[in-house]
Design a protein around this ligand. Sequence first.
Ligand code: NAI
Length: 401
Amino acid sequence: MAKVVCVLYDDPVDGYPTSYARDDLPTVKDYPDGQTLPSPKAIDFKPGTLLGSVSGELGLRKYLESLGHELIVTSSKDGPDSELEKHLHDAEVIISQPFWPAYLTADRIARAPKLKLALTAGIGSDHVDLQAAIEHNVTVAEVTYSNSHSVAEHVVMMILALVRNYIPAYKWVIKGGWNIADCVERSYDLEGMHVGTVAAGRIGLRVMRMLKPFDVHLHYTDRQRLPLSVEEELNLTWHPTREELYSACDVITLNCPLHPETEHMINDKTLKLFKRGAYLINTARGKLCDRDAIVRALESGQLAGYAGDVWFPQPAPQDHPWRTMPYHGMTPHMSGTSLSAQARYAAGTREILECYFEGRPIRDEYLIVKGGALAGTGARSYSKGNATGGSEEAAKFKKIK
Ligand code: NAI
């Protein structure tokens, strides 16, 4: 029987919810490219409930225990005394969400001799040293598409929040003010701006589709070019390199995975290519950006705003400068874990586990690493190597009650 270790974020500080703001979730039938939604044989949770925190257990306990497997659920993931460390030696499956990533470094993978499956409940498996997974024949899988649209909605929200100066204006209301001039001295319309995405995969393309009615000029770069019909439909300007896109845009949104080709791609040198006063939205991964270069660009005015929900490491230590830098719209990593998204990726996690335990193939689009090589979505969207360096810093975070 297998030991399954599931690392989830903590319950709300005031306890696991007993009621919710809404009674149901809208039905989403399929994804635009024809990929079907997760299709496990059954689910043991109510869609719309909090599944991603420790007490939610991704709705997996009944299923796993009915098969005789052992399920360990914990939020304790960083540092040598963490619960995760205690179970490495005999864990066969480790489930983790990118919002609260269980960093599976080469060292940890080497100390997990029984590990067969690193399962990302969500999208983005950079918290696993993919090179080490390749070398140790560990399968890495994620629930592709489960929260891509959730993130795209967040990107559009953050673009509007920065360009229109929403957050400072909201703060004036809380302070009891009516300071219209303060609110609007940095407020613009998005209409007519040039908006570009680095990567036009599931999220990047969705963002562009949603922004089209704002009458903006849309730009993209990606290592795979979109079909001409899509470029024409959305009137897209294609840039063969990221650098060319940077200088053409007023707003740039990052939507590529973190891997050795993209780590720290936004740095002091590349920020110089941006138009002065550009806005940068990063809901992809914190380490796509050089942390301190972002702070410097906001302080100098090279960037007019930076927003996103991804940091490095996660959780971000209390002294992480992105918490206090000017003109930012940061949140904790939450865009892909709305209650709506949780229902999809919990079902997808169950589907992947059913395939694994029944010896059936995991869908190709869910695979990142398999059989000692990048596979499926991993082969299309990642490059070999490791992007977990520095993740031990996550142990510096102190919980706030
Ligand atoms: P996807 O696999 O559909 O798209 C990724 C795209 O990036 C592909 O089109 C690929 O060709 C492109 N790409 C990869 N390397 C590139 C490079 N060096 N230069 C240019 N383009 C490159 O994935 P999807 O669903 O769009 O997600 C993208 C990323 O967003 C995930 O890998 C993850 O890091 C992040 N994400 C964040 C979430 C959040 O909650 N904030 C939730 C879901 C995803």
